[in-house]
Design a protein around this ligand. Structure first.
Ligand code: SF4
Ligand code: SF4
Length: 308
């Protein structure tokens, strides 16, 4: 029987997550808790309810429908959900009664076979552009059996396959998935283990060891991405140490430095979470150029902003 997982959606026209035109599937569930997460709606494995204030008309229908009075529309029509009281996705009464799509569920159950059929619909489109499919998240390694099945079906179908991952998984689970991949896009978030744990909730030893083992075993290409987080990992010393670590790893084709952005602020609002990076600005061009100059001598392909 085909294995199930919860996905958010498939972006059928992705162009930044591997070569060519791609379909990008977002699988829910991640075992890291990066403070700067760009996809907070994908951290939990289960479906969730989120609220989009831009669509809300303040009509109050959801407040009246809620059986546990978890919704509060105060005099200023500020809509709040008490997430402690909310019965969650099993209830969803507020979602059903909102005529304006201000309340939505994020996450649908799907089998690996169903996802492969969805992805495979666009096969000729990918192949014409040298593209394929990418599993993202969340983290596809944190739903390893599901991801492995999707990727194996795609490979049998001659579709180019990639994953985006933190590499935080047992090597058995990593290899179960990686052996069906042509390309692995992975992050290094900090070279200092203590700082890594402060920022993500986990230390970095397993990630660095997995990358070294993968370098020996994986026949495809690896691209390492460093999400540049202001004041956390974007100092010259950390970036130099990252490049030095990657330098001898032959499978690592390139290093992408990804400038910070605070675009996920509306996602955090929709989930009712205060985000400490709401007002944090991106690095300046001058800072980015300096960091780029540091990594360039270590790999043939080093970018600011991504290879694709
Ligand atoms: S039913 Fe929808 S539009 Fe009306 S108050 Fe609730 S969320 Fe807003
Ligand atoms: S899901 Fe149910 S319990 Fe939760 S806010 Fe909506 S109506 Fe209330």
């Amino acid at each position: 029987m085909s294995i199930e997982a919860i996905i958010k959606t498939v972006d059928e026209h992705a162009v930044h997550d591997g070569p060519g035109a791609r379909a990008l599937a977002f699988i829910k569930g991640c075992n890291l808790h990066c403070k700067w997460c760009q996809n907070p709606e994908l951290i939990k494995f289960e479906p969730q309810i989120w609220f989009h204030k831009a669509f809300c008309k303040g009509c109050g229908v959801c407040e009246a429908a809620c059986p546990v009075k978890a919704i509060d529309l105060n005099a200023d029509a500020m809509h709040r959900i008490d997430r402690e009281k909310c019965l969650g996705i099993e209830c969803s009464k507020c979602v059903r009664v909102c005529s304006y799509n201000a309340l939505q569920t994020v996450g649908v159950k799907i089998t690996a076979e169903e996802l492969w059929r969805w992805l495979a619909k666009y096969k000729s489109f990918y192949q014409g552009s040298g593209g394929g499919i990418t599993l993202s998240g969340g983290d596809p390694l944190h739903s390893p059996d599901f991801s492995a099945e999707v990727l194996e079906l795609c490979k049998r179908d001659n579709i180019h396959t990639a994953i985006e991952t933190s590499l935080y998984a047992s090597y058995d689970n990593l290899w179960k998935v990686a052996r069906h991949c042509d390309l692995i896009l992975c992050d290094i978030k900090h070279m200092d283990s203590k700082k890594h744990k402060e920022g993500t909730g986990v230390s970095n030893e397993l990630i660095l060891e997995n990358l070294q083992r993968l370098n020996a075993d994986f026949p495809g290409e690896i691209v390492v991405r460093v999400p540049l987080i202001p004041g956390y990992n974007d100092d010259e010393e950390n970036i130099r140490q990252t490049a030095e670590f990657l330098s001898p790893l032959e499978r690592v084709k390139g290093i992408d430095l990804l400038p910070f952005n605070n675009f996920p602020v509306t996602k955090f609002e929709a989930l009712g979470i205060d985000w400490e990076y709401t007002n944090v600005l991106s690095q300046t061009d001058e800072q980015l150029n300096k960091l780029h100059e540091i990594v360039k001598p270590y790999k043939a392909h080093c970018t600011v902003g991504g290879m694709w």
